[in-house]
Design a binder for this molecule. Structure first.
Ligand code: SF4
Length: 293
C-alpha cells in the first residue's frame, strides 16, 4: 500500500509540471500536436471509432501504449462523437512484474481500468523448450486473453499501440520469413469475426512516440521480465530500416506510402488480380492495326 501511495505522489509531482522546463514544454506541445493530428487522421481514414463505441485500450506498460492512451483521451475530450475508453492491462505473472505501477498511474490520471490476471507465463515456460524464443506463444496467449476479456466487458473496439515503424517491420518480416506481402493493418476483424482491432498510432513515428514518452516520464515496464530475448529477427529488420532511413532520409515515409498505394495488376497474385482473364481491348487492337497499315 505504501508503495502505491508513493508512486501516486511521484506521478502527481512529476507528470505535468514542466513550468520550469520551458524547452521541454515546447517540445512536448509540438510532439503532442503531431501525434494528435496523425492519430486523428488514422481514426478518420479507417473509421476506427464510431458513436457509442467502448474502446478497450490495451496497456502493456510500454511507451507506445502509454502514448496511445494519452492521445486517445486527448482526442476524446474534443471529438464530435461520444465514446468511452477503458484501459486494460494483462498481468501475465512474470516473476518480478511490478504490479503496483500501472494501477497507481491509472488512478492518478483518473482513467477507468481493469487489471486482468492470467498466468500465461507458466504456460509459456511449460510448453516452449528452454533456449527457444517465447515471444510468439506469449503474444498469442496474450491476444486470446484480451479478446476474451473484451467480450466480457462488452468492448466494441480493441485498441493496440502499434505504430508506423512496427507496421513496416512486420511487412518486411512477413516478406523475408513468411513469403507473404502483408503487415499489421490499422483496422482488423479478428479471425472469429467477433472483434475489431484498431491501431490508432498507425501513422505515428516511433521516434516521436519515444520522445513524447521520455518527456512525459511514463513509468515504463519492460517487456522482458520473463528473461526472454527480444525477437531477434524483428530487431534485425528494425536495424535495417533505421540504417536505410539514416542513409536515405524519408525512405520510411515512402515505404509506408507504398502500402497505401497497392497496384494488384503490377504484382503477381492470381487471386488478387485476374491475369488469366486479361485481354487486349478490341478498340485498341483495331486502332493499332490502322496505325500500322
Ligand atoms: S519478452 Fe517475455 S513478456 Fe514480452 S512478449 Fe516475449 S515472452 Fe512475452
Amino acid at each position: 500500500m505504501l508503495i502505491v501511495l508513493w508512486h501516486r505522489f511521484v506521478y502527481s509531482v512529476f507528470m505535468m509540471d514542466l513550468s520550469n522546463r520551458p524547452k521541454e514544454k515546447l517540445e512536448l506541445n509540438k510532439l503532442q500536436k503531431r501525434l494528435r493530428r496523425l492519430t486523428g487522421q488514422a481514426i478518420a481514414d479507417f473509421n476506427m471509432i464510431e458513436e457509442g463505441d467502448k474502446v478497450m485500450v490495451c496497456l502493456s506498460g510500454g511507451k507506445d501504449s502509454y502514448t496511445m492512451l494519452e492521445i486517445l483521451r486527448n482526442l476524446q475530450a474534443s471529438a464530435p462523437i461520444n465514446f468511452t475508453l477503458i484501459a486494460v492491462n494483462l498481468d501475465q505473472k512474470q516473476p518480478g512484474f511490478p504490479e503496483h505501477i500501472l494501477p497507481a498511474y491509472l488512478e492518478s490520471i483518473g482513467v477507468d481500468f481493469h487489471i486482468l490476471e492470467r498466468d500465461t507465463y507458466s504456460i509459456v515456460k511449460e510448453i516452449v523448450p528452454e533456449g527457444k524464443t517465447t515471444c510468439g506463444l506469449c503474444s498469442r496467449l496474450r491476444r486470446g486473453s484480451l479478446y476474451g476479456f473484451a467480450e466480457e466487458i462488452g468492448a466494441t473496439k480493441i485498441a493496440l499501440g502499434h505504430h508506423r515503424d512496427d507496421i513496416l517491420e512486420t511487412l518486411f518480416l512477413n516478406m523475408f520469413f513468411g513469403g507473404k506481402l502483408k503487415s499489421m493493418p490499422p483496422k482488423l476483424l479478428s479471425d472469429d469475426g467477433k472483434h475489431i482491432v484498431i491501431r490508432p498510432l498507425a501513422y505515428c513515428k516511433e521516434e516521436d512516440i519515444e520522445a513524447f514518452a521520455t518527456i512525459k516520464e511514463y513509468p515504463i515496464i519492460p517487456c522482458n521480465l520473463c528473461g526472454s530475448q527480444e525477437n531477434l529477427q524483428r530487431q534485425v529488420v528494425k536495424d535495417m530500416l533505421q540504417k536505410w532511413e539514416k542513409e536515405f532520409p524519408g525512405r520510411t515515409e515512402t515505404m509506408f506510402s507504398a502500402i497505401q498505394n497497392v497496384v494488384p495488376s503490377h504484382l503477381a497474385d492470381t487471386e488478387l488480380f485476374d491475369f488469366k482473364g486479361l485481354k487486349q481491348s478490341k478498340e485498341a487492337f483495331d486502332r493499332l492495326n490502322i496505325i500500322s497499315l
